[in-house]
Design a protein around this ligand. Structure first.
Ligand code: ADP
Ligand code: F6P
Length: 482
């Protein structure tokens, strides 16, 4: 068995195995921001990635792709239901996203979550070289840090949460809250998107588990009061995207030509609005459509001069809340088009597919107004991707204040998606903003993302992990102090 000095552990591998009806096997990029970010930072690091290949049944053999050693972990059909769809996405996901839909608690889901986390910890323990750095990701694997420390006390363990960490009042609802905190405290360093998330975690340690915290650290005794103390640091290191890669891609003649083609195939609208999201109730797609429908009804916008293109990536399709959302969104799109589209032009063009990166870049480059309206989102990489593609300083970003991205992208047109009247006004402000104002905003947004790209994020994270529980002395690409 090969071993590695850097091991990433995430629920999904960067690629999903898909078997077509004729039996041919394909590997496709997995959905979501975690994969987008980590795929940009892993090549060249000679690391391993432990994760699930996206379908139930036996795990494929390990293989190398894009410079990474991929170590698949098997999930049975029952585990997919109970650990992934159940505990991860019907218990934790709603609790960690403000209970936008209600959470479901089942003890047998928790048992499956524990068993699968143990399997991930064992797989990581097998591929980690002596003294390796193991970087665990996200809410699906919160027990892995402590499980791995039991198996491999020699390795350095970090965990990064891609989604929000909930306020203690919501986290407290979880019957397994203490075990989750103890699972995370197996790490040396816990990274969060926002300072508020790290503070929520530290508050949970204090109030729910009775542990002492000091600044951004918490100390506990994993082997009882007489055992050795272990101090863990919890702090914010907001994730980002590959600015240079996207900027370069969006400048290629192919992507520019495709952007023009997209506009012309939509009838060359004066204003093209765009939404790009996993089809998830956290993304505020219904609120966005409601605002747009009212703007059409009020005569503020009208096709063919204005069009909305909504890309909704298939996601968690067997979970009831996601199926309901799809029905609602598709019903609303049908109603809007039925009422407001003239022959030959659609008020809303709706696409329920995944696309290659170059097509995404072309969509971003084509859009005059990007609508990012989540009700709650750890970061939202789409907002940063849009900005990175706008080398022409064109376009305007409407951004929900409930995203991690809003903490950084201050020059966006910031909105509260719950306030439909306010959202409509913000959209119209973005539509009508003078060109000079839009260019000034876009320049500032691009500078922020260029200076805080995904490489810098990974470097800062790994430095924080290496020095935890102390703060790293130097941080950032240019060795500036934190
Ligand atoms: P989340 O992680 O919740 O899905 P993010 O906005 O942080 O949300 O990340 C989503 C990632 O998935 C981005 O990199 C985005 O470009 C990508 N993406 C979203 N929709 C599609 C799609 N239809 N096809 C290809 N990539 C997509
Ligand atoms: O970034 C949040 C996230 O939930 C990741 O953890 C996950 O990989 C991604 O979005 C997509 O969700 P899923 O893996 O459930 O398809």
């Amino acid at each position: 068995m090969r071993t590695f000095d850097l091991v990433v552990v995430a629920n999904r591998l960067p690629v999903d195995r898909v078997v077509d009806p004729d039996g041919t096997e394909q590997w496709r990029t997995s959905p979501g921001g975690l994969v987008t970010a980590m795929e940009s930072v892993m090549p060249g690091r000679d690391g391993a990635w432990v994760g699930w290949a996206g379908e139930a049944g036996e795990a494929p053999e390990p293989f190398v792709e894009n410079d990474m050693y991929l170590q698949p972990v098997a999930l049975s059909a029952e585990e997919v239901e109970q650990y992934y769809e159940g505990f991860s996405n019907e218990t934790l996901w709603p609790i960690y996203h403000d209970v936008i839909v209600s959470a479901t608690f089942h003890r047998f889901w928790w048992n499956a979550y524990r068993a699968v986390n143990q399997r991930f910890a064992e797989a990581a323990a097998r591929v980690a070289a002596p003294g390796a750095t193991v970087w665990v990701h996200d809410y699906q694997l919160q027990l892995v840090p402590a499980m791995l420390r039991e198996l491999r006390p020699d390795v350095r363990i970090g965990w990064f949460n891609h989604i929000p960490f909930p306020p203690v009042e919501l986290f407290a609802q979880l019957p397994w809250r203490q075990s989750l905190v103890e699972g995370l405290l197996g790490a040396d360093f816990l990274g969060f998107q926002r300072t508020a998330d790290a503070e929520n975690f530290l508050r949970a340690c204090r109030r729910l588990v009775g542990l002492p915290t000091k600044g951004d650290t918490v100390t506990h005794h994993p082997h009882g009061d007489d055992g050795e103390a272990h101090t863990v640091r919890a702090s914010a290191i907001p994730i980002s995207i590959d600015f240079n890669g996207l900027d370069e891609l969006a400048r290629t003649p192919e992507v520019k030509a495709r952007a023009a083609e997209i506009r012309s195939s939509l009838g060359d609208p004066e204003i093209l609005m765009l939404g790009v999201d996993r089809l998830d109730y956290t993304k505020g797609i219904r609120h966005r459509l409601k605002a747009y429908e009212e703007l059409l009804r009020d005569g503020e916008v009208a096709p063919p001069e204005t069009a909305l293109l909504q890309v909704a990536t298939p996601s968690r399709e067997r979970v009831a809340a996601y199926r309901n959302l799809r029905t609602q969104v598709e019903g609303t799109v049908g109603r809007i088009n039925g009422e407001h589209s003239p022959i030959g032009a659609q008020a809303v063009q709706y696409l329920h597919h995944s696309y290659p990166r170059s097509e995404m870049a072309a969509l971003f480059l084509a859009a005059d107004v990007m609508l990012v309206t989540p009700l709650r989102d750890g970061m939202n990489l789409v907002a940063k991707e849009y900005v990175s593609c706008r080398h022409d300083l064109g376009g305007a970003l409407v951004l929900s204040e409930f995203t991690g991205a809003a903490r950084e992208l201050h020059q966006a047109f910031v909105c509260n998606p719950h306030d439909i009247e306010g959202l409509k006004q913000t959209i119209m402000r973005a539509v009508r903003a003078p060109e000079a104002d839009r260019r000034r905003r876009m320049r500032a947004l691009r500078k922020r993302v260029a200076d805080h790209d995904v490489q810098r994020w990974a470097q800062r994270y790994l430095e924080a992990l290496a020095s935890a529980p102390e703060r790293p002395e130097r941080q950032g690409r240019h060795g500036k102090s934190a």
